[in-house]
Design a binder for this molecule. Sequence first.
Ligand SMILES: Nc1ncnc2c1ncn2[C@@H]1O[C@H](COP(=O)(O)OP(=O)(O)O)[C@@H](O)[C@H]1O
Ligand SMILES: [Mg+2]
Length: 349
Amino acid sequence: MKIFLVYGGKSAEHDVSILSAFSILQAIYYNYYSVQLVYITQDGNWLKGRIYNEAPLNEDDLRLTIANAQPILPSDLKEGNAVIFPVLHGPNGEDGTIQGLFEVLNMPYVGAGVLASACAMDKIIGKQLFQQVGIPQLPYVAVTKNGYKDHQGEILAECEGSLIYPMFVKPANMGSSVGISKAESRDELIQAIDEAFRFDRRVIVEQGIEARELEIAVLGNDEIRTTLAGEIVKDVAFYTYESKYLDNKVELQIPADISGELQETLQYYARKAYQTLDGSGLSRCDFFLTANNEVFLNEVNTMPGFTPFSMYPLLWQNMGLNYGDLLEELIQLAKLRFEKKQQIEVEQL
Ligand SMILES: Nc1ncnc2c1ncn2[C@@H]1O[C@H](COP(=O)(O)OP(=O)(O)O)[C@@H](O)[C@H]1O
Ligand SMILES: [Mg+2]
């Protein structure tokens, strides 16, 4: 069977995506699959590269150019007996848009579907859904650009009335900490909101807290499994793009040093969040834990970082599922979901 490995992309996480794709190429079971590269350049062009039957040696082999790869349209991906494995993060990759393309092409693909991807990516919609099912979250105020233009004073007063400084201001639809800032005063709040509006028409102003950051990995379609939580041990004020991917300033503690009871609470909410979104394939659920053991869901990532040093695969490693077997499970889950959907279509005829 053929796997189309789709990676790169227009988002800030382009390089992380290449790293994840390279790691996948090292570990995938070539006795079952051949892997064809599909690279989305930083400007959004699609290039179809070579087919691998064994692991490439060099990460730079993945930075395709028109000299060594064929420009294609996204719809040219259509092929029978193939599974698409997208390892794209952020807008256009993790937000349901590309998943919609795969649905239209009627091909199986790894990871969450359109709905779960879109809802998890949007910090406002995500919060509203999780609120409905009683998952604890930090208080927030949602702000739209238009509303803010006409009612800035009221909106700032609403933030200061329901939240206390520091506040975290985030674009609704980004990822990897892009456009996020911490505000300690009204002046900083105004600046932070302006900054977030550079990236999106909708932003969220959220209560800032001092908390530990814990993450749970979820795997499955209708039947789901969760890992024990891992912790991101920080020596930086907040988990920025640089600290996440470039400076190595964070350390992962797996499993997190917390009580069994807290582990269960986190697993319970991770499962509930996943089911609320109608998750499938995989997700990483990120939580805050305060000094007095209060738990808040921060966000769900439907395509978490996927290098062998990333939290998601390491959480599974800790449960006894190695990287290669994890890839295999994800591919099988993609096929299963596709087959079930086909079956429903056939039954309707
Ligand atoms: N309300 C908050 N209080 C304290 N720290 C926060 C808060 N919100 C975000 N952070 C910090 O900022 C990081 C990025 O925020 P997050 O909401 O996870 O956005 P992204 O989608 O970019 O990952 C978090 O991992 C955490 O370190
Ligand atoms: Mg995050």
